[in-house]
Design a protein around this ligand. Structure first.
Ligand SMILES: Cc1cc2nc3c(=O)[nH]c(=O)nc-3n(C[C@H](O)[C@H](O)[C@H](O)COP(=O)(O)O)c2cc1C
Length: 191
């Protein structure tokens, strides 16, 4: 691991990364519920909890459905995951019978996915989000309501053998770096 923090932070952050070499292991429904439970406790605007998820466990029909909607470059490795989760948010909030746009739905769904990823790591698993999927196909095959917006598919599982990956994907198994805080945050103004 070549990563290091410039300022002291909790030990959970630096090792979390998004590998592709999953091990084709099974996961239980209980483990999936643990991951979703972590997401449940994310903060959200007015506590609206707009995140929505549809999941499949390796070997079941839901897993096959979500896998089929991924683009080829993702399907090639995500098929070895233990679970796949379609991550969405409800774009409106219903109050007094009226639907109003929720401007923070995507922001809140992102926070919840982050919690899930850290929970996976705590359980000895990894989570890898993907934007490379056919949203129209996925929405239709999962019966997604019209007022939901799909954000990502999340692959979760245990680490396997990088040699199983196509050569062009192996280099990506080394955790990548980050821009220094000073390049994107500044005191009193935007950097
Ligand atoms: C919303 C989102 C979409 C992403 N889409 C893809 C994807 O389609 N395929 C892929 O291999 N990785 C994808 N990634 C993984 C990112 O490339 C990865 O998180 C980023 O390089 C930082 O690396 P790390 O997660 O290992 O720290 C995505 C990540 C996020 C959060």
């Amino acid at each position: 691991m070549t990563r290091s923090a410039d300022h002291p932070i909790h030990a959970q952050f630096i090792p979390r990364h998004s590998p592709r070499a999953f091990a084709s292991t099974e996961m239980s429904e209980g483990q999936m519920l643990q991951l979703l439970e972590a997401a449940r406790w994310a903060p959200s605007a007015s506590n609206n909890q707009p995140w929505r998820a549809a999941y499949g466990l390796r070997g079941d029909a839901g897993f096959a459905t979500i896998l089929a909607a991924l683009n080829e470059g993702n399907r090639i490795w995500a098929g070895r995951a233990s679970g796949l989760i379609a991550w969405a948010s409800r774009s409106v909030v219903t109050r007094e019978g009226q639907d109003r746009p929720n401007a923070w739905a995507a922001f809140d769904a992102g926070t919840a996915w982050g919690y899930l990823a850290l929970q996976a790591q705590d359980m000895g698993m990894f989570a890898h989000a993907m934007g490379g999927f056919d949203a129209a196909v996925l929405a239709q095959s999962l019966d997604m309501p019209d007022d939901f917006t799909l954000h990502a598919v999340i692959a979760v599982g245990t680490y396997g053998n990088p040699a199983d990956l196509p050569e062009d994907k192996r280099a990506g198994e080394v955790p990548n770096g980050r821009n220094a805080v000073g390049t994107w945050a500044a005191k009193g103004k935007f950097a």
